[in-house]
Design a protein around this ligand. Sequence first.
Ligand code: NAP
Length: 311
Amino acid sequence: MIPFVSQLPRIEQALWLEALNQVLANETIVLADDIPQEQRHLCKLAIVANPEISTLKQFKNLHWLHSVWAGVEKLMESLPTSPINVVRLVDPMLSQTMAEAVLAWSLYLHRDMPTYAKQQRKKQWQQQAYVPASERRIGILGLGELGCASAEQLSNVGFQVLGWSRTAKTLAGVSTYSGIYGLANMVSQSDILVCLLPLTPATKDLVNKEFLYKMPKGSSLINFARGAIIHSHDLLQALDDKQLSHAVLDVFEQEPLSSNSELWQHPNITVLPHISAPTNMATACQIVAKNIIEYRATGQLPECVDKVRGY
Ligand code: NAP
């Protein structure tokens, strides 16, 4: 028996159960609450979607869990010393969805849509200078599954693409940087900066005042990763100083974003409700099934999140 542990609404949990049981015909996947207390110690594996940690802890003999989300920051934060191995979703469909979002919102900034929307409200007929894509530099923080797919998409459209990662990388059509000096170098050349880093102790508040004032004056920021990577107060100050011209934010420290947040009202911020790359249930279930079937056949765990690195 494999528990499905999630805080999603019951109706969505039922859809996941149906889809998972369809692709894993030799397993029985059930809602965590439906497994009797006296049987929970028998479960070695769980499938999770934003699980309640207290529920997860009731399954005392879990060896590993498979998340159906790509981001597992909350799990890693809540299980720092736990021996449970965490497998996150790595799905090419999700990477393409994110790459599409990065392209869409990069074009939104590149073609001055926030400015034209403001001008329309004032009935102002004013043409902004056109900048060809080949002269626009877009920097990507994080060259993992999502960052690489996004870099390729932007490069295909003709943008100058730069990318930063922890370890050095070579990517066709992308100027790559790594380490702290590499970061300063890339940031100072990015007209649009896209954040696709995991949230770890090393990336929390990475995008702070010092960082934002290294960016070219009037540049823009897109955050599709995790809210806490950006220091909100410093971001607001950089926007008010016209150091930054616009920020597109899809992720926040507290979600849903509180109605009291200043971010909602700011004229130079676009707030999105965490929609840049939703999991596709059909492809995610295929990937989870493949990993579990292989594990049953070989005893080998799929690639797990590195607890020391935090991602
Ligand atoms: P990933 O494959 O693990 O890639 C992470 C990238 O970040 C790697 O290139 C890694 O460098 C780099 N990195 C990590 N820590 C770093 C540091 N301290 N300094 C420099 N580079 C660092 O992750 P992913 O699948 O691309 O996902 C990234 C994040 O996107 C997730 O963690 C999640 O928070 C977010 N996400 C958001 C949504 C949404 O809808 N908004 C959806 C899915 C995921 P190396 O290559 O050197 O290891």
